[in-house]
Design a protein around this ligand. Structure first.
Ligand code: DX5
Ligand code: ZN
Length: 223
């Protein structure tokens, strides 16, 4: 099943609750929550208190993308704050398997992400251990960047690697996704679509509904 995961990084934080209700009302099943530490990526975003606060406002699935060094240190805190899926970066962990195990021990789903320059083959040892793979289609750190074209081929390769192993794992794509390239990534095999600047801003409801229409028409069913 194709799922829309709007990234609140581009939302209006003075009206965060309303923004979440708008995308949820339009049919988004996940809410993408980008946590940045100023070390793994140059920027700093927000952390546990914001997540715990919006947890009270919505039951939507919290898809938490940790762009932080050694995320294993904070898994329990993010579980407590209300995360439903925690995605870590392969490049940020000294022990990827132990970090994934810690996420599962917390009773939530585990995702594994790679940056655009990390070879897709580096995911191979972990495919059986994850509920979702996240392919970054921009360098992580900021919203509003341009989609890196060779991400399409990387999505295709990862979907083929999963299929080869008989896995129907969710495949998420994040960065530079707009209404005019979403079909491309769906066709390549992604089924969880992150979009920040293409959704939040003016006409949020209309834009989220347009994304949902594209998601319901295209792509292979992975559920
Ligand atoms: C970037 C974040 C993204 C970001 C996407 O590091 O991981 O989730 O919010 O923003 P857009 O959709 O504007 O590229
Ligand atoms: Zn993200």
């Amino acid at each position: 099943m194709n799922i829309l995961s709007p990234s609140i990084l581009s939302a209006d934080f003075t009206r965060l609750g309303e923004e979440i209700m708008t995308v949820e009302g339009a049919g988004a099943r996940y809410l993408h929550i980008d946590v940045m530490d100023g070390r793994f990526v140059p920027s700093i975003s927000f952390g546990m208190p914001v997540i715990a606060s919006i947890r009270k406002a919505s039951k939507i699935i919290f898809d938490v993308h940790l762009m932080i060094e050694e995320p294993v240190r904070y898994i329990d805190d993010f579980v407590k704050a209300g995360a439903d899926i925690i995605t870590i970066h392969l490049e940020a962990c000294s022990d990827v398997k132990a970090t994934l195990r810690k996420i599962h021990d917390g009773g939530v789903k585990a995702g594994l992400s790679i940056k655009p320059k990390t070879p897709v083959e580096s995911l191979l040892p972990y495919l059986e251990e994850v509920d979702m793979i996240l392919i970054m289609s921009v360098e992580p750190g900021f919203g509003g960047q341009k989609y890196i074209e060779d991400s399409t081929e990387r999505i295709r390769l990862v979907r083929a690697m999963l299929t080869e192993k008989g896995l129907d794992t969710d495949l998420e794509v994040d960065g530079g996704i707009h209404l005019d390239n979403v079909e491309l990534v769906l066709q390549a095999g992604a089924n969880v679509i992150v979009a920040g600047s293409a959704i939040f801003g003016a006409n949020t409801e209309e834009r989220a509904v347009s994304f949902m229409e594209k998601l319901s028409q295209r792509g292979v069913s992975h559920e």
